[in-house]
Design a binder for this molecule. Structure first.
Ligand code: JCZ
Length: 246
């Protein structure tokens, strides 16, 4: 089972999200397990302080090391059975490939969510195995990144999506952006559905979808095409799409 342990001063943020929809079901079905640990419970003073002023001065507060050491040493003392992940804009970027490797992790994944300006460097030095960013923008804390990781990983665990949906068909799993989708009605506010989708010709529908995926990827994310394993047919379609745009 894939197990996430989230350390945060805002446990309600994590519980709210994993308590709904697909993650709620996956947890109830014992496909994944998420527990939330309030960092303040591991502060030792009467005000439950988890931050302090930075040595050397400067703006903002720094998270104290002691509560992190205490929660980890008390809850997960065995180094071999844990993988401590710090969420931070300084980490390596989280991708679909990394989501897949998290989904195959046998150790408990411990997600450390910071707040404030920074975290005492000795947490990294002594406790953190892996530092992960979800993208090049700055948030106010690690809770949303932790939820992004849990969400992206959970849907790759066999059984979580149900058998009618396969994560293998996703954008990024196949290396291309998704094609356009339509549902009823056939005409909505004067806008129609591409006739090929109503034709019942399955091979033509597949080809149309492949063309659309290649078109959108070429227009919006051309760098994804460099990593793609392309068939002769794909190469021909791409050549035509490139000629179209000139
Ligand atoms: C703690 N601010 C933790 C992570 N990818 C990404 N963007 N922003 C973060 C992040 C920001 C934070 C903290 C305070 C993570």
């Amino acid at each position: 089972m894939v197990t996430f342990r989230v350390v945060t001063i805002f446990p309600a943020i994590i519980r709210a999200y994993v308590g709904e929809s697909i993650l709620k079901r996956a947890i109830a079905a014992d496909l994944i397990d998420v527990t939330v640990h309030d960092l303040r419970d591991y502060a030792t003073d009467k005000h439950k302080t988890v931050d302090d002023y930075p040595y050397g001065g400067g703006a903002g507060m720094v998270m104290k090391p002691d509560p992190f050491f205490r929660v980890i040493e008390e809850q997960w003392p065995d180094r071999q059975s844990r993988r401590v992940v710090l969420l931070s804009p300084k980490g390596r970027t989280f991708t679909q490939d990394r989501a897949l490797s998290f989904s195959r992790e046998t150790r408990q994944t411990i997600l450390l969510c910071g707040r404030y300006e920074a975290i005492d460097e000795r947490v990294r030095e002594a406790l953190v195995d892996d530092e992960v960013s979800i993208g090049d923008y700055v948030l106010t804390g690690g809770e949303l990144p932790a939820l992004v990781i849990i969400d992206a990983v959970a849907r790759l665990v066999p059984g979580v999506l149900g058998d009618s949906r396969s994560s293998a068909e996703d954008s990024f799993s196949c290396g291309l952006l998704d094609y356009p989708h339509y549902t009823r009605p056939e005409i909505f506010r004067g806008m129609t559905v591409p006739p090929v989708l109503l034709s019942g010709h399955h091979s033509e529908i597949e080809r149309w979808r492949r063309i659309q995926s290649l078109r959108h990827t070429l227009e919006r994310r051309p760098e994804l095409l460099e990593r793609l394993e392309m068939s002769q047919e794909d190469r021909k379609i791409l050549k035509e799409l490139k000629e179209e745009s000139t």
